[in-house]
Design a protein around this ligand. Structure first.
Ligand code: CTP
Length: 428
């Protein structure tokens, strides 16, 4: 049976719409209406302060369900947890900075807090606040914490804010919030492009990806197994979050290359050798606020590139190649230290265990001087071309800043959260 032919009742789900106290609360009416129109059972849970902005009778009329803010109504049916347990989706629109902080801390001093804590349903937040509040280190940390727990965000958008200010902080439009909520109900991943925070608006992110190839002669090269998948995921995540993105692409697997050129908001600059990559990254980095060196860059190149195909030499058993050092692009960028620019390196190591991985990573972090170094273990079968990744991120002192396992897109988003936190620390 196709979905379209199913009786409406079978598709009807329970959606809780939390509303918190900001000017954007008036937009919540559109969100509630959107979910009701889509055929769902919608329960509105406003905070006390939300009701200063939008009236309870309006919310009851639009949602077609009773509305209360209180923990002490409906005690007999344990309302403070019943709604959370029944919910298939919780959407909080708008989410103020205060509610964001409360949700991050797991506070439950009102019906919205208890409902969220009692629920295992996907949660979608649509933040709305002034730019300064959105970019404050507390809000950034709370957002990153919630995201790491799988909470999805939509917005905020950049634009006019109450009081004539401009910048990121506007709540996303109700139809976009509804579309993102319905995508989550359908089981779409939490970091799907439909659910997006535009927190990198104004940033220029340069990402290098793939493996460089050093020619030996017109038909042969020295290369490596990098697929470029993790680098592309970072470029895509940054673009989705509102950054201007340049992807300096060394050799990519065919499907990765196809996806890269089809990704809107990502400018692809193809390169072959380390020298070409160094040149392209150097140029793009001048305007960059963030540089992520995810490419597997050849440390050596043949001293001579033969003009003609190298022929077998039947007089001996072997062939000796002389290689010369390539410049270290990452170390060069880190040493250059443009004010406020964040430089991220990668290190794929064939370590036997976590301890050895950390030791190798700490030594490399010191040697390279990058702001962040992303470590992962590789081997004959691990780490290349796979959809998932497992990384440890070190800061410039070699301390563990984060450990992330998940899809390459989830790793990308977690890394960008760390980058953003550093960018904001630089700005303050
Ligand atoms: N890198 C670079 N230029 C090079 C080599 C590496 O910019 N010539 C960057 C990579 O893009 C990556 C980081 O440095 O971000 C670490 O790469 P890796 O190959 O692990 O480091 P190496 O310095 O080559 O260390 P090793 O001796 O372990 O090969």
């Amino acid at each position: 049976m196709t979905l379209g032919a199913q009786p409406a009742e079978e598709r009807r789900r329970t959606i809780v719409v939390g509303i918190t106290g900001g000017i954007a609360a008036y937009k919540a009416v559109g969100v509630v209406r959107g979910f009701v129109k889509a055929g769902h059972d919608v329960h509105v849970v406003p905070t006390e302060s939300a009701l200063r902005f939008v009236g309870l009778p309006t919310l009851e009329a639009i949602s077609r369900n009773p509305v209360t803010t209180s923990l002490y109504d409906g005690v007999a049916e344990v309302r403070h947890v019943a709604l959370g347990q029944r919910a298939d989706l919780i959407v909080v629109a708008p989410t103020t900075a205060n509610t964001l902080a409360k949700l991050a801390a797991g506070l439950s001093d009102d019906l919205l807090g208890t409902t969220v804590l009692a629920s295992r349903a996907p949660v979608l937040l649509a933040p709305a606040m002034h730019t300064e509040m959105w970019q404050h280190a507390s809000t950034v940390a709370n957002t990153a914490l919630l995201r790491s727990r799988g909470v999805a965000f939509i917005g905020p958008e950049s634009g006019a804010l109450t009081g004539g200010d401009e910048g990121p902080g506007r709540m996303s439009e109700p139809e976009d919030v509804v579309a993102a909520g319905l995508a989550l109900l359908d089981g779409a991943g939490l970091t799907e492009t439909s659910v997006v925070v535009h927190d990198l608006a104004g940033e220029t992110v340069v990402v290098s990806a793939g493996g460089t190839r050093e020619p030996l002669d017109p038909v042969r090269f020295l290369g490596n197994r990098s697929s470029g998948r993790q680098g592309l995921a970072i470029a895509q995540a940054a673009a989705a979050r509102g950054a201007r993105v340049v992807l300096v692409a060394a050799h990519l697997d065919t499907d990765v290359a196809t996806e890269a050129v089809a990704t809107s908001g990502v400018e692809v600059v193809p390169v072959g050798t380390t020298a070409e990559l160094a040149d392209a990254v150097g140029k793009a980095a001048r305007a960059a606020t963030v540089v992520v060196m995810a490419a597997a860059v050849a440390d050596y190149r043949p001293a001579d590139v033969s003009e003609r195909k190298i022929k077998k030499d039947d007089s001996g058993d072997g062939l000796t190649l002389t290689l010369v050092r390539n410049p270290d692009v990452l170390a060069g960028l880190a040493a250059d230290a443009a004010p406020g620019r964040i430089v991220v390196g990668f290190a794929a190591e064939t370590a036997a265990n976590r301890e050895e991985l950390l030791d190798l990573g700490r030594a490399k972090a010191k040697r390279k001087g990058a702001d962040l170094l992303v470590l992962n273990r590789v081997g004959w079968t691990a780490g290349f071309g796979t959809p998932d990744n497992e990384v440890v991120v070190l800061d410039r002192d070699g301390s563990v800043a984060s450990e992330v396992a998940g899809s390459k897109r989830q790793v990308a988003d977690a890394l960008l959260d760390l980058v953003l936190a550093q960018r904001l620390r630089e700005r303050h």
